[in-house]
Design a protein around this ligand. Structure first.
Ligand code: F0G
Length: 463
């Protein structure tokens, strides 16, 4: 009798498509002109000139019918909207934080928290910088100090938890500047700039122990916390049988507070919040939110937005949903590897990060290899990614000199529930084609540089 063939069983997305949005296909000649007009900066392209938009997973998600239905019951009262109370209830229930103020997006929460906790001359250790997070810490008079493990800066190094904090580095900083100069440790998970790399629960517990010993607060950039929870579930011993909701709650239990850009995990198009256990921080945040955002019961959002966020929290902890999301990124990584394309390993939760230093080794960092690569991929196929290298790293505020990050990357970010596997195949084949012809590619020079967060608006020309 013939041996029975083992059939591999695939998973698929736990949803189907109800509404579609047409996208434009353009010619190479058209995109060549569009790229030039945009100063070879993918942030300056018109979105209608983009075929597959992998610029960011921020606010680019497809909401569910449950979320859209919630939009219809938006309570647009100026004060005390019922959607605000529902959101607050869900923040208590899923993140375990008693206090919350809504903000129009994540950086607004970063602004408020930084202004409340940081004094001039303070130091804020964190597991690698994020652009807006560090800027708000600096604007409040603080200095960010990177205390992530060394492996996070090595694109090709495999490590299950590259987002971990190096306890020795943190301890050294505490000894050097003193605990009084460290208002809080800022811990993100997964770490965006490292390639979407998670921290482990074991590492978090150690960080909590050390900070507690010195009376230092611990705050969580929980923007993509469910992706971190997923990695803990599939990679860390003892968590395989726990639900995403249980792991999220345990993670949050070690923090004094957290902030969220709801434009990611919560699968909405706009929104954010700051949550804390401290009544004092909460009172201060409520005072600030009315100055910069809006009343403390809407924080720059419409009632309908808060309803969609509250419902998004319920959907984000669904295991099948998060597996399908990260599974799509893993699928792209597997296919890119078949073509020998260099990218950050292991693949992260929200994106593939192409390793531009290895992709274009003939282009020095001063000629912006990642900026160049993002432009070339767009010109090849209309796929839009973004630079995460020397342009994003910006200048040191004290010396005015360019920072030279070890990682020079192009991020291809996956919006949630938006693109099919066929879109991903088109992207992979385009990147592989650009890789084949890489030797012909020349670098860029910067011709316009804005003062803050220059990667958004800088302009370039071909060398
Ligand atoms: N923290 C992290 C880890 C982020 O990725 C972002 C935004 C923010 C905070 C700020 O939130 O945009 O709502 O103000 N990241 C986007 C991105 C912009 O493309 O990665 P925001």
């Amino acid at each position: 009798m013939a041996k029975k063939k083992v059939i591999k069983r695939s998973w698929a997305e736990p949803f189907k498509i109800k509404v579609v949005e047409p996208i434009k296909m353009t010619t190479r000649e058209y995109r060549e002109k569009a790229a030039k007009k945009a100063g070879y900066n993918t942030f300056l392209l018109k979105s209608e000139d983009v075929y597959i938009d992998l610029l960011t997973d921020s606010g680019t998600n497809a909401m569910s019918d449950y979320q859209w239905a919630g939009m219809m019951i938006g309570d647009e009262a100026y004060a005390g909207s019922k959607n605000f109370y529902y959101l607050w209830d869900n923040v208590k229930k899923y993140y375990g934080m008693p206090y919350m103020v809504p903000t129009h997006q994540g950086r607004a929460a970063e602004h408020i928290l930084s202004q409340i906790l940081i004094k001039s001359g303070d130091y804020i250790p964190g597991n690698m910088y994020f652009t807006t997070t560090r800027l708000h810490q600096e604007l409040a008079g603080g200095t960010f100090v990177d205390v992530i493990i060394d492996e996070a800066h090595q694109a090709q190094k495999e490590h299950p938890f590259k987002g971990n904090i190096d306890l020795q580095k943190l301890d050294d900083l505490i000894k050097k500047v003193g605990a009084k100069k460290i208002p809080y440790v800022s811990m993100a998970g997964p770490v965006n700039m490292a390639g979407g790399q998670p921290f482990s629960m074991a590492n978090l517990k150690e960080v909590r122990k050390l900070t507690k010993k010195h009376g230092i607060k611990l705050y969580f950039d929980a923007t993509r916390a469910c992706e971190n929870a997923y990695f803990i579930k599939v990679r860390e011993k003892g968590y395989a049988n726990k639900s995403i909701a249980q792991i999220l709650k345990e993670m949050c239990s070690y923090f004094d507070g957290l902030w969220v850009s709801a434009k990611k995990d919560l699968m909405v198009n706009i929104g954010g919040f700051l949550a804390t256990r401290s009544k004092k921080v909460f009172e201060a945040a409520r005072n600030m939110v009315v100055v910069y955002e809006g009343l403390h019961t809407y924080g720059g959002l419409a009632g309908r937005d808060m309803e969609a966020m509250a419902r998004g929290i319920e959907e984000m902890v669904d295991f099948d949903n998060i597996r399908a999301r990260i599974g799509q990124v893993e699928y792209a990584g597997k296919r890119l590897a078949e073509f020998g394309v260099p990218f950050v390993k292991p693949v992260g939760g929200h994106a593939i990060f192409l390793d531009a230093k290895r992709f274009l080794p003939h282009i020095p960092q001063e000629e912006f290899p990642a900026q160049t690569l993002a432009a070339e991929i767009y010109i090849d196929s209309g796929v839009r990614g973004m630079e995460r290298g020397i342009v994003s790293a910006g200048r040191d505020p004290k010396t005015g000199k360019n920072r030279h990050p070890k990682l020079e990357l192009v991020r291809l970010t996956f919006p949630r529930r938006v693109y099919t596997q066929a879109h991903i195949d088109v992207m992979v084949e385009s990147v592989a084609s650009v890789y084949q012809d890489r030797k012909k590619i020349k670098g860029l020079k910067m011709i316009y540089e804005p003062k803050y967060l220059r990667f958004f608006q800088a302009r370039f020309d071909r060398l």
